[in-house]
Design a protein around this ligand. Structure first.
Ligand code: APR
Ligand code: ZN
Length: 253
């Protein structure tokens, strides 16, 4: 069923009203209305640069320098970004107790910035708003790192152990966060409504969670501008804007 926006919002509102335990699964598409480009839309991040594989990042300081150069560019969009209507609608569902968790592939921290408690946000690909030492786990705030990097491209190392410091995101080739994966698995299994918002569903293992929820009996909704290869198994597909569709369904401006 692929109705226009308003009938889609009504259909989505009906599914939400009938659900006891809702889980959202978000991708970069929920943040484009906040000014952060996604990865695979025309003009998206991967149309402008290739991802740096974790093994390459670890193998040379030059690759680490290139990674921090990109971070400096991408962070300009992050700094300007504020939660949008889609984020606010999810935050409302969480605060009403209807939504048990938001599984996100995003690293922008906008779900937390919209007021969703951090323990309700499951970050599968980490978080790009701070950095950590890959050896001892020490947390580092980005601001001082970026000041030093802008000054003379100093690549950060851990003050405590001399280890490599990296943005707290999960790169291609890097191990997935076990605790987050286990929580996402448990939430996908326990929910009765699983709503995908703004993901091309091409990156695994993350993209396996909608199918898991569906297999375990949940209703599956996909709200995405473009078709995904899981549309065929969804109970409701909306090829439209997340902010309008979800905001209207939840009654959030
Ligand atoms: N409303 C609805 N859909 C949107 C909107 C919007 N406002 N903006 C973009 N989209 C859709 C695009 O059509 C696209 O299909 O969101 C989808 C975003 O897909 P991707 O750019 O592939 O992002 P995502 O699925 O989150 O990527 C997954 O890939 O590169 C890795 O680690 C990165 O977490 C990321 C992962
Ligand atoms: Zn360290």
């Amino acid at each position: 069923m692929k109705p226009g926006t308003s009938s889609a919002s009504a259909a989505l509102a009906a599914l939400i009203a009938r659900s006891q335990r809702i889980v959202a699964f978000t991708g970069a598409g929920i943040s484009t209305e906040s000014g952060i480009p996604d990865f695979r839309s025309p003009g998206g991040i991967w149309s402008r640069m290739q991802p740096i594989d974790f093994r390459d990042f670890m193998s040379s300081i030059e690759m680490r320098r290139e990674a921090w150069r990109r971070k400096a560019v991408i962070d300009q969009d992050f700094q300007q970004a504020a939660p949008n209507r889609g984020h606010r609608a999810l935050a409302a569902l969480v605060s009403h107790g209807a939504m048990s968790a938001i599984i996100t592939q995003n690293i922008d921290g906008l779900h937390q910035a919209s007021g969703v408690p951090a323990d309700k946000v499951i970050e599968l690909h980490g978080n790009g708003t701070y950095a950590t030492c890959l050896d001892c786990g020490q947390r580092y705030e980005l601001a001082p790192i970026m000041v030093a990097f802008e000054r003379d491209e100093t690549v950060p190392e851990c003050d405590a152990c001399g280890g490599i410091v990296k943005s707290a995101t999960v790169s291609f080739g890097q191990a997935m966060p076990q605790a987050a994966m286990a929580r996402a698995q448990a939430e996908s299994t326990a929910c009765d409504l699983f709503i995908v918002l703004g993901s091309s569903l091409v990156v695994y293992p993350a993209a396996g969670f909608p199918a898991l929820a569906k297999r375990r009996g949940a209703k599956l909704v996909i709200i995405n501008r473009e078709e995904t290869d899981q549309d065929g198994s969804a109970d409701l597909v909306v090829h439209g804007e997340i902010g309008a569709t979800l905001g209207e369904a939840v009654g959030v401006a």
